[in-house]
Design a protein around this ligand. Structure first.
Ligand code: F3S
Length: 290
């Protein structure tokens, strides 16, 4: 973490891990590189969960396709496939139609696709994650049999595989690290054969650990991220547990936190899909106004 002091004595602590992770940076760079070439460009799903970045991409001419029907209607140009990964059937469809595409799924997400594709040949698959998240939808789309998605320890307790089946458990890359450990303990206590692959991304673990450490020691905390971004929301939950005065904002204009004389230290972190310029803007504002 980096610490900065202002003359008034306010201390601003910004997480070193705040902002773009390796996978998001790679995906965004590739999408902008194509957009800058002026090619007919589509993205299937938002490339990353950050409206600011998506608007900039649209300004450069990219068109965002949100459904498989819209994607099926494409007959030319290049399609960028979102960083959260897509189901196998989407790639098969593009191949069949001969549509050029660039898959910018993060390599850590692709690794999960490979695991579940391989393991689902002989095992039941359990995905620990949010069933409504596109990453989980993508992972399910690589399973060769219907997968079960669980997101709470209670659901893990209730889960029973078919008689005699072996089970493989994976996690969404951005799943809450501690909650995952709890769920793993429940699975380990069950008597059936289970292999657990912790596929939570390291960047997520570092992000969450650093956010918790900072939030525990400051008077107020600011988490910057899009509410659609799973890892940003998790950072907010973690920080709010440690620091009562935690604000979750997408851009500076949403900041509600105000100096009332009781704030001497402010912590800042940001989700993996938050661009640097927004983090800097917030930092500058806090330094000047708190
Ligand atoms: Fe990839 Fe981890 Fe980022 S899975 S997209 S490096 S949070």
């Amino acid at each position: 973490m980096s610490e900065e002091k202002k003359e008034s004595g306010i201390q601003v602590i910004t997480a070193k891990t705040a902002g773009f992770c390796f996978g998001v940076k790679k995906a965004v760079d590739k999408a902008f590189e194509l957009a800058e070439k002026g090619v007919e460009l589509y993205t299937y799903g938002p490339v990353i969960h950050n409206d600011e970045v998506i608007h900039r991409l649209e300004e450069k001419g990219a068109r965002i396709l949100n459904t498989e029907e819209e994607l099926r209607a494409v007959s030319s140009g290049i399609v960028v496939l979102r960083s959260h990964g897509v189901p196998k059937r989407v790639i098969d469809m593009l191949e069949e139609k001969g549509i050029e595409y660039v898959d910018v799924a993060c390599p850590f997400v692709k690794r999960i696709h490979e695991i579940v594709y391989r393991e689902s040949e002989n095992r039941e698959i359990v995905i620990v994650g949010n069933p409504a998240h596109p990453e989980v939808e993508g992972i399910m789309g690589w399973c060769r049999r219907p997968a079960t998605v669980i997101s709470t320890p209670e659901e893990a307790e209730q889960y029973t595989p078919p008689e005699g089946a072996e089970v493989c458990v994976v996690s969404q890359t951005t799943f809450h690290h501690k909650k995952f450990q709890k769920i793993v303990e429940i699975f380990e206590k069950k008597s059936y054969y289970v292999s657990i692959v912790n596929t939570i991304c390291n960047a997520t673990v570092q992000h969450q650990t650093e956010a918790r450490e900072i939030a525990a020691g400051v008077d107020a905390m600011i988490v910057i991220g899009d509410s659609k971004s799973s890892n940003s929301r998790k950072l907010y939950e973690i920080c709010a547990e440690e620091c009562k005065r935690t604000d979750f904002i997408q851009t500076l204009s949403e900041l509600k936190l105000k100096q009332d004389g009781s704030i001497n230290t402010v912590g800042i972190t940001a989700g993996a899909s938050t661009p640097n310029y927004i983090i800097e803007e917030v930092q500058k504002y806090v330094r000047a106004n708190f």
